[in-house]
Design a protein around this ligand. Sequence first.
Ligand SMILES: Cc1cc2nc3c(=O)[nH]c(=O)nc-3n(C[C@H](O)[C@H](O)[C@H](O)COP(=O)(O)O)c2cc1C
Ligand code: SF4
Ligand code: SF4
Length: 268
Amino acid sequence: MIFYFSGTGNSAAVAKIAARELGDQAVDIIGKRAEDYDLSSEEYLGFVFPIYAWAAPEVMQQFAQGIGRTDAYTFAVGTFSNVAGMALEQFSEIVPLKGGFGIVMPDNYPVTDHIIDTKESAMEKLCKAKERVADVVRRIKCKEEVFDVKRGEDARDNTYLKAPVFNAEWRKTKPYHVSDACIGCGLCQRKCPAEAIRMEDGKPIWVKEDCYLCMACLNYCPVEAIDYGIHSSGRWRYYFKGFSEENYIREGEKHETNTDTDGLRPRA
Ligand SMILES: Cc1cc2nc3c(=O)[nH]c(=O)nc-3n(C[C@H](O)[C@H](O)[C@H](O)COP(=O)(O)O)c2cc1C
Ligand code: SF4
Ligand code: SF4
């Protein structure tokens, strides 16, 4: 069984590829409880998630707390744009891991004062990520007992001191704002795993003070009507559409209504 959380599709893609190669099942954790799964006869037990502020997303950590003792080969795969800190080691304190792997993928967080990825660098990352995913899945299949992840400088402090601040103070919805370009399609609401968005008079409003800050709403909006704070305006939006560049260069794509329904989460 492979449990995943994903805002913009990177981690979902990795989880689904791993599940396909292992002949296993990939399960989106949103709306699920680990306690409801009988995992006693699982050969593989995996967790795939994006790295948020050098840690596993809190929603994934909370889900994992419901996992009981297991004899399965346990592994986690973190997808991230730069470095993961000690995220996987920290996650291993919740579910003891035999394998931990990091995969560098395009950034989905264009809201800080520095740019991590342009479209060009994102395409380069996807090209390398395709090979890396294949290699990681092969090693998982062999039940390799190793942690292979880019941690970066100050990894311990980042994970153990800064991630708690992110979870307590940074996951605010207040900085979200919507421009007149909004066409009222409701995709942002349907993509939101936290049910933090409601459509009112044909426009989204954020109805929760905090959310996961997964950036799905901002990145999937087909007309780039959503911004967060002052830095995201005009920055390239990203969500996973495949590993090859041609998936990202459809003529007029930016202004097409996004009809993608894959991965839409059922509303409670
Ligand atoms: C709130 C937030 C925090 C992030 N923090 C990190 C980080 O600490 N290190 C990093 O390399 N990437 C970071 N990223 C980038 C994502 O981890 C990366 O784009 C990931 O592959 C997205 O996965 P997804 O498409 O499955 O949601 C962050 C993204 C978000 C939205
Ligand atoms: S996804 Fe964009 S266009 Fe659609 S309702 Fe949300 S803000 Fe408006
Ligand atoms: S409001 Fe946006 S960033 Fe927050 S959880 Fe929902 S989709 Fe993700």
